[in-house]
Design a protein around this ligand. Structure first.
Ligand SMILES: Nc1ncnc2c1ncn2[C@@H]1O[C@H](COP(=O)(O)OP(=O)(O)O)[C@@H](O)[C@H]1O
Ligand SMILES: N[C@@H](CC(=O)OP(=O)(O)O)C(=O)O
Length: 511
């Protein structure tokens, strides 16, 4: 049975019947352990037919995109960042060798047969050397001055990103075929393809002759397209490919496989034994998590799935029999804190005595932040101060800061490192989350620099010193999840009265 009809560009997506298949994404951390996935997620005890009607969208092996572009957390330069600052220097070229070695290490860990390893080595060589020639040519061309490197940097970023996912998808398809699965490498990275399709066309072309009932597509999480996946979505783009593919093919369900169950806090911070698995949550909570960089799911991906009416499941890749967390658009749910998470931020505070009663300051600040592509996590204001909590490098924030200083000459602008820690849940009304959080942080001797509760009863945010982020997460998790659970079950509705001291007793286990 072919599914070509289901992804034809002319059909209105939402009118088509849902397919039989699922679209499933595997993140980089889990991909690095894909040898362990063979006996479970990929094959396990599945008989012939049960192997199929699944589409896997894969990320690059852990750390590879960081080496290709720049480290997501520390900002340490990779090939892209070195090339961008290169002039005539070839430091980026050595960085490309580092990528090739890291790729080789990754596939040597998962492949066993020497023929497969050889094929993977050849693949890496062909792609890496192709990219190297391209960069050398571009550098030479731009040395004439008529050609501006800046104009091509986004294309370079796209080209480099695609290398990571092409490699991991190629290796995974090879691995599965070796184990008797009819897997097909679906390369959406546009390698040596001169046409410029848009994302939907790219997906349609990749799937036009695939029979989902008897083939297992292993799809690159990077998809080259006219819009530019990196330009629009930047890091975390494989979830965008994943969600668009799920919507385009009318998947029955979209599944994200992660290294752990989606839990009440990062198990690496709070401890695997202390965290609770989330059974069910909604897109509102998922949005808050993405905003804090938790990437339960990329915000654009969540939107695509929500609009297409496709249920999203987040599972632990290494426990395939566990149903994981279902993220449902409609679910209102019980009153409880479901998760505690945090993010290092810079607080950009603009204080201006003349601001009182005058409009326009906010707009000027926003303009500067937008111009320098500074991601805003949260903001607050009072009579004469507007503070944005942002997730960006100090370099970018400094640039925005000087633009703000220029457009608001008498303002005092200051940037400080902090951590934003947040307690998140579907319906926090009446739970005294703010009060309990302050008490817990005081007991743990974590200073609170600011507190925000916008009244929607979905989250409470606390700003703490950057170096106390993990202490704050542990203290809040202990108070709002572990202790609250011990105090009694949650009520579904109605919520207890605001400020009620009995309210915490309405929290319940999220396990
Ligand atoms: N609430 C949470 N539940 C589960 N994992 C979390 C949570 N918060 C942070 N993490 C961390 O996220 C890390 C990356 O997870 P995962 O999504 O599997 O990686 P990738 O981005 O490579 O797909 C995990 O190793 C875990 O430490
Ligand atoms: N590898 C890409 C795309 C991605 O989404 O990765 P992951 O699923 O590992 O977060 C990145 O780091 O941006």
């Amino acid at each position: 049975m072919t599914r070509h009809d289901q992804i034809s560009p002319s059909a209105a997506q939402n009118d088509r019947p849902a397919g039989l298949h699922t679209v499933e994404k595997i993140g980089g951390t889990s991909m690095s352990r894909s040898d362990e996935l063979l006996g479970g997620l990929f094959i396990g005890d599945r008989e012939e037919e049960a192997l199929y009607n699944r589409v896997f969208v894969v990320s690059a092996y852990g750390g590879i995109t960081d080496l290709l572009l720049e480290a997501k957390k520390s900002g340490a330069p990779g090939v892209y960042a070195l090339f961008a600052n290169a002039d005539h220097d070839h430091g980026w070229s050595e960085a490309l060798n580092v990528v090739a070695r890291a790729m080789s290490e990754a596939h040597n860990k998962v492949l066993e047969e020497s023929a497969d390893i050889r094929a993977a080595e050849d693949f890496v060589r062909e792609r890496i050397e192709g990219a190297r020639s391209c960069l050398i040519d571009l550098q030479r061309l731009c040395s004439y001055g008529h050609f501006q490197l800046d104009e091509h940097m986004m294309t370079i970023r796209e080209l480099l990103s695609g290398l990571g996912e092409a490699h991991s998808a190629f290796v995974t398809a090879t691995l599965l075929r070796r184990h008797g699965v009819n897997a097909r490498f679906v390369d959406l990275t546009g390698w040596r393809d001169e046409s410029q399709p848009d994302l939907d066309e790219r997906l349609d072309r990749g799937f036009e002759d695939i029979d989902l009932a008897r083939e297992l597509p292993i799809v690159t999480g990077y998809a080259q397209c006219r819009e530019g996946l990196m330009r629009e979505f930047d890091r975390g783009y494989s979830e965008v490919t994943f969600s668009r593919l799920a919507a385009r093919t009318r998947a029955r369900e979209a599944i994200v496989h992660k290294e752990f169950h989606l839990s009440s806090a990062d198990p690496k911070v709070v401890g695997a034994e202390a965290v609770r698995k989330l059974g069910l949550t909604n897109y509102d909570v998922a949005d808050q998590l993405s905003n804090l960089g938790m990437e339960a799911i990329h915000p654009s991906a969540a939107k695509t799935l929500r609009q297409a009416g496709i249920p999203l499941r987040v599972t632990n890749a290494f426990e395939p029999s566990d149903p994981g967390t279902l993220i449902d658009a409609e679910y209102g749910g019980a009153t409880r804190v479901e998760m505690v998470t945090g993010l290092p931020v810079l607080s950009l505070e603009v204080f201006e005595q003349d601001m009182v009663g005058v409009k326009g300051y906010d707009a000027r600040i926003l303009e500067a932040l937008t111009r320098h592509k500074v991601r805003i996590v949260s903001k607050s204001s009072n009579a004469n101060t507007v503070t944005h909590y942002v997730d960006a490098s100090l370099k970018l924030v400094k640039r925005a800061q000087s633009d703000i200083a220029a457009s608001c000459p008498s303002a005092r602008v200051r940037a400080r490192k902090m951590a934003l820690v947040s307690a998140i849940g579907r319906n926090l009304e009446g739970l005294s989350v703010a009060r309990r959080s302050l008490q817990a942080l005081e007991a743990a001797k974590v200073p609170v620099l600011a507190l925000q509760d916008n009244g929607r009863a979905v989250d409470v945010q606390l700003l703490v010193p950057a170096e106390r982020q993990d202490d704050a997460i542990r203290a809040l998790h202990h108070e709002l999840i572990e202790r609250a659970e011990a105090e009694g079950p949650a009520a579904d509705a109605p919520a207890p009265e605001a400020g009620s001291v009995a309210a915490p007793a309405t929290l319940r286990s999220v396990a």
